[in-house]
Write a protein of this length. Structure first.
Length: 174
């Protein structure tokens, strides 16, 4: 049964910073039979943000506010039918293998883009952006989602102020 979309949940691959992970790795980790993989019939994420910021889509989304059965991914047990799951490559310190915010500048740009598009597209719904840790006892995605969203709003506000100031300057020009 299809349900209304409620969450965008951010994940990390839980791999050391700088290590290449591609779509084929995710597919193998999720779909291969144990012990090589989890043995799922689909991947856990809708999208993957690579180290260079490239965005890979695993699942075609039809763009409406319903999560159809073929759009469901296995990111968090219990909420998959009302969520989109996006993942960035990284999340672990390369030396200690402890949780760490390893997002590259390129990943941050892509993550910002994906999150903004999601929020604007589903503005009419009461959607929320969360981290995997909100639903399970995990460090994933290894950064504070609320703090990141707050900083993004502050950046948006500054961009708006700068733009308004520049346009006022143009209005007064010659």
């Amino acid at each position: 049964m299809s349900k209304k979309l409620k969450y965008l949940v951010w994940h990390c691959t839980a791999t050391p910073e700088g290590r290449f992970v591609g779509p084929d790795d995710i597919i193998r980790w999720h779909k291969a039979k144990p012990p090589q993989g989890r043995g799922w019939d689909r991947v856990g994420y809708s999208k993957l943000v690579m180290l260079d910021g490239t965005i890979h889509s695993f699942v075609d989304e039809n763009g409406d506010d319903i999560v159809d059965p073929w759009e469901v991914t296995y990111g968090v047990a219990g909420i998959n039918s009302i969520s989109r799951h996006y993942c960035y490559v990284g999340g672990l310190d390369k030396d200690t293998f402890q949780p760490k915010d390893t997002r590259t500048p390129e990943q941050l740009i892509s993550m910002r883009f994906l999150t903004k598009v999601f929020l604007l597209k589903y503005l009419h719904l009461d959607v929320e952006v969360k981290g995997h840790y909100h639903f399970a006892k995990k460090a994933c995605p290894c950064f504070d989602v609320e703090d990141w969203l707050k900083k993004e709003k502050e950046i948006d506000h500054l961009i708006k102020l700068i733009g308004e100031t520049q346009f006022r300057g143009l209005d007064n020009a010659g």
